[in-house]
Design a protein around this ligand. Structure first.
Ligand code: ZN
Length: 337
């Protein structure tokens, strides 16, 4: 589907944005907002509910990126988890040069460069984007221009980055990105890289968190970066405005579960490092809530009635501590079914 078609369709839907995705992964409710009651009372036929006009989320990410330290966790001998602002990153080191997954904020790039240089002396060669969202791609241009990284992503990531996008919920309009930040190589379904004595499998997960999501699996290292189809420990954002759907999220979780074994380290887009048990628990939460909301929707309940039925109630203590409130998550599920 063409990005502009998806975006127009998205205007008709309730839309949201992963506040958690724009901030420190470890900080709960970093950009929580209080539009929930207002959303719940809006008539179904009204324009999509949105947060009150507030600060520019991209600017907030960049401001935080200028000062936030990057935490490094060794996953395997050659693989590291990097956590600063924006999405979780993974770095692979070795004689072929470094490979990095996702690029955080543009303002974090000098700190990122220092962090990478301490891991080993080889230069950064490859950058892979899990999906188009700016909290995973804003650093692309700096890493490409200043460090020479060659950028790989799904073809829809390039399409979306190269055209204006809108995140209506947060009144956020994004300009087309400069050429230097665009993926230089794209693929549609699967891709294999053989780098630093590992096999790296990349695969598309359609209509999931967006229409641009891929997983990156290090076969020998047994580390899987799931991107934003996996928010570990809190309700995930589903960007219906750029092609995301709840059922695609569940299918994507199944795809990742099928790749993993009990020893696989699974990196979520946001939240702490996970494993197969954590991803299974998350997948079951998504599926249970989707089934309940689907039943309400197909039974003729409006969005407001579905929210009032509290279909997430027994999950809220465990999963409702991120930036999305339970009612907002129900809205995203309902509107993408
Ligand atoms: Zn995202």
């Amino acid at each position: 589907m063409q990005p502009d078609q998806v975006t127009r369709r998205g205007f008709l839907k309730q839309a949201g944005w992963a506040g958690a995705g724009l901030a420190l992964a470890a900080r709960p409710r970093p950009f929580a907002f209080s539009a929930n009651a207002q959303n719940a009372q809006a008539p179904a036929s009204a324009a999509p509910a949105s947060a009150p006009p507030g600060p520019d989320r991209l600017q907030m990410l960049r401001t935080a990126g200028a000062t936030t330290p990057i935490k490094v966790t060794r996953l395997r001998d050659t693989l590291f988890l990097l956590q600063g602002v924006g999405g979780n990153m993974v770095a692979q080191i070795g004689p072929d040069g470094k490979l990095l997954i996702d690029s955080s904020a543009a303002t974090a790039s000098s700190r990122l460069r220092d962090t990478l240089s301490k891991l080993d002396p080889h230069p950064l060669k490859l950058l892979i984007n899990t999906h188009w969202h700016f909290d995973h791609t804003d650093g692309n241009a700096a890493l490409h221009n200043d460090m020479g990284a060659f950028i790989i992503a799904h073809e829809n990531t390039r399409k979306r980055l190269s055209t204006p996008q809108e995140v209506q919920f947060y009144h956020l309009k994004l300009q087309a990105s400069p050429t230097s930040s665009l993926p230089q190589e794209t693929f549609t379904e699967n891709e294999k890289l053989f780098v630093n004595n590992d096999e790296i499998d990349l695969g598309y997960m359609p209509e999931a968190h967006t229409d641009t999501d891929i997983y990156i699996y290090f076969v020998n290292g047994n580390v899987l970066h799931a991107g934003d189809i996996f928010f570990n420990d809190f309700y995930p954002f589903i960007d219906g405005g750029t092609g995301g759907t709840i059922n695609g999220m569940i299918r994507a979780a199944d795809t990742c579960l099928a790749l993993a074994d009990d020893k696989t380290k699974i990196v979520p887009g946001h939240g702490p490092l996970g494993d197969k048990d954590a991803l299974q628990k998350y997948r079951d939460m998504l599926a249970t809530i989707a089934t309940r909301v689907e039943k309400l929707k197909s039974g003729g309940q409006t969005l407001e009635q579905a929210i009032a039925a509290k279909p997430t109630a027994d999950f809220d203590a465990a999963w409702g501590k991120g930036s999305l409130t339970p009612d907002q998550f129900v809205t995203l599920v309902y509107s993408t079914l």
